[in-house]
Write a protein that binds this ligand. Structure first.
Ligand code: TEU
Ligand code: CA
Length: 555
């Protein structure tokens, strides 16, 4: 099969609110992004995934859209957008927009019309139901805590919202909704954008009978029970036929609840649906199965992580293209999560994690600040947290007496989405050069040592290591197309894998612990040359793998 441009690309995700403020209001904006585009090009990434920049009342920071064809006031104007896109293209950077069409904001015109009466032409744009015995139509819970149904007095019915009550779910079974969405996508594509990252696209088709499900720790059943089918492939194929196939795009679907077997269809190599999808198996390995992400902090079990990563590589091989990520705006910082953010090991472990991910098969994603080894924030009070998901879900658990306030803050420090959302650390000046005003979320106090200005200059920095990996990957057919084999599956400390293409081979060895580990390389790699190592000088030699060491050998 012919290579697609996005198979050799590395994607850099921008969370605009936290990237670069240009006018001192403490909120990142499009003019700020435009100014920083050369930095991204300098890293070597060639695609930008831009989290939502559309008009929004910001109940969920832009994932609640009130007008798909307008720019959020705080972020700037459509002219700013056009200038940003043009500048990006002139630097060889493509821009992929976030497409949030499982739901809109309740302030979107369609929903305001839909609410007015049962005979509104927009009524069936959303999902309305009568209550059952004076209560919600079913026991589905919202992803942010509480019921997924909200009562509306105007007509005495409930509407469905899998996320906040300000994010009513669109009814994709209505062909008019699909027409509206496809028109809007086409409108953006005509402007010259290069693709879409599709928010929770695996949830667009629901079992509209809404049977009650098994009650979870928060008091409701999981939305996943009703929101993963039966028509999602039909709708994606229609979208592909009517819109996507007319352009040369990269598309990535965010797909909670989707197995690698199903991903073969979503991201099939024939290209009838999406280029690739984001999965959640590997980010779930340290989530407590009963208490969830906001009920407990669970240490990493490396064997389980390897199992999840290998399963996706193996099952997709020959059928679909994989995506590779540690971080995004919904996850805590990877160096704090599965690395070690102490002064001694932060940079080393950040580099090890990067090597581990970037030499695998699939398109790698870098979330802003990950390339600097930015860390979680030392939250001390819930009042500092803005994120609707971690606030809401942890509040439910506190109210139900499942966790204490103290445990809640421990969970926030480990798992809150706001760990990823603190402002980008550009330099050592006040507020890390993010803003001259008051930042909307606090800047991590470690910005004086961890910042872009210092790291870009330093050949041994986390930034320089990412840059090396990205440029290595770009020129290597072995890394882009080689087969993947996990080795040492049961080793609790080392993540080891092999890549092969023709007579070329690569061995990647990563130590996830702060102890040296003995390892003898397989015979087939004897005499292999060391391409990349995250330790500055070659002290120890195989069979000793040093704390958080990453070694890449090629033969
Ligand atoms: O996330 C969808 C989603 O499933 C997340 O809630 C994710 O599972 C969770 O954060 C992990 O704990 C998307 C967006 O990425 C997220 O920012 C939005 O809040 C959400 O959809 C609603 O649009
Ligand atoms: Ca601003």
């Amino acid at each position: 099969m012919e290579e697609k441009w996005w198979q050799r690309s590395v994607v850099y995700q921008i969370y605009p609110r936290s990237f670069q403020d240009s006018n001192g209001d403490g909120i990142g904006d499009l003019v700020g992004i435009t100014k920083r585009l050369p930095y991204i090009a300098g890293l070597g990434a060639d695609v930008i995934w831009l989290s939502p920049v559309y008009a929004s009342p910001n109940d969920d920071n832009g994932y609640d859209i009130s007008d798909y064809r307008a720019i959020m006031k705080e972020f700037g104007t459509m002219e700013d957008f056009d200038r940003m896109l043009e500048t990006a293209h002139s630097l060889g950077l493509r821009i992929v927009m976030d497409l949030v069409v499982n739901h809109t904001s309740d302030e979107h015109r369609w929903f305001r019309e839909s609410k007015k009466s049962k005979d509104s032409p927009y009524r069936d744009y959303y999902i309305w139901r009568d209550g059952k015995d004076g209560a919600e139509p079913s026991n589905q819970g919202s992803c942010f805590g509480g019921s997924a149904w909200e009562y509306d007095e105007t007509t005495g019915q409930y509407y469905l919202h899998l996320f906040s009550k300000k994010q009513p779910d669109l009814n994709w079974d209505n062909p008019k909704v699909r027409d509206e969405v496809f028109d809007m996508m086409d409108w953006w594509l005509k402007k010259g954008i290069d693709g879409f990252r599709m928010d929770v696209i695996s949830l667009i088709s629901k079992n509209q009978k809404f049977p009650d499900g098994k009650v979870q720790v928060g008091g409701y059943s999981s939305f996943a029970d009703v929101a993963t089918g039966p028509h999602e492939h039909e709708y994606l194929q229609e979208m592909n036929r009517r819109v996507l196939s007319k352009y040369d795009l990269m598309t990535v679907g965010e797909c909670p609840g989707v197995s690698p077997e199903k991903a073969r269809q979503y991201a099939n190599l024939e290209g009838t649906e999406l280029s690739m999808i984001f999965q959640f198996d590997h980010t779930s390995v340290d989530v407590d199965p009963k208490l969830g992400r906001y009920g407990a902090v669970v240490p990493l079990n490396l064997v389980r992580l390897k199992e999840a990563m290998a399963r996706w590589e193996n099952i997709l091989e020959g059928y679909a293209w994989n995506s590779l990520y540690w971080d995004n705006h919904d996850q805590p910082r990877i160096v704090s999560r599965w690395g070690n953010d102490s002064e001694e090991y932060r940079a080393l472990s950040a580099k090890m994690l990067a090597a581990c991910l970037h030499m695998m098969k699939g398109t790698p994603y870098v979330f802003q600040g990950e390339e600097l080894g930015m860390t979680n924030y030392p939250w001390t009070s819930i009042d500092q947290i803005n994120d609707i998901e971690s606030r809401g879900n942890s509040q439910v658990l506190v109210d139900r007496g499942i966790i204490t306030e103290e445990e809640r803050m421990k969970v926030m420090r480990a798992n809150s989405r706001d760990n990823a959302r603190t402002p980008m650390q550009w330099d050592a000046s006040p507020n890390a050069g993010f803003t001259t005003g008051h930042p909307w979320l606090p800047v991590n106090p470690n910005y004086r040592t961890i910042n872009a200005e210092a790291e870009v200059m330093d050949p041994d920095s986390v930034f320089s290591f990412y840059k090396k990996l990205i440029s290595y990957r770009k020129q290597s057919d072995l890394v882009v197309h080689g087969s993947f084999t996990m080795l040492e599956e049961d080793n609790p400390s080392l993540f080891v894998y092999k890549r092969e293409l023709g007579d070329q081979k690569m061995l990647v060895i990563c130590n996830f612990t702060d102890q040296s580990v003995e390892y003898s390389i397989p015979e087939e790699f004897s005499g292999a040359r060391e391409e990349i190592d995250n330790y500055p000088e070659n002290g120890a030699e195989i069979p000793e793998i040093r704390p958080y060491e990453a070694k890449i050998l090629v033969k």
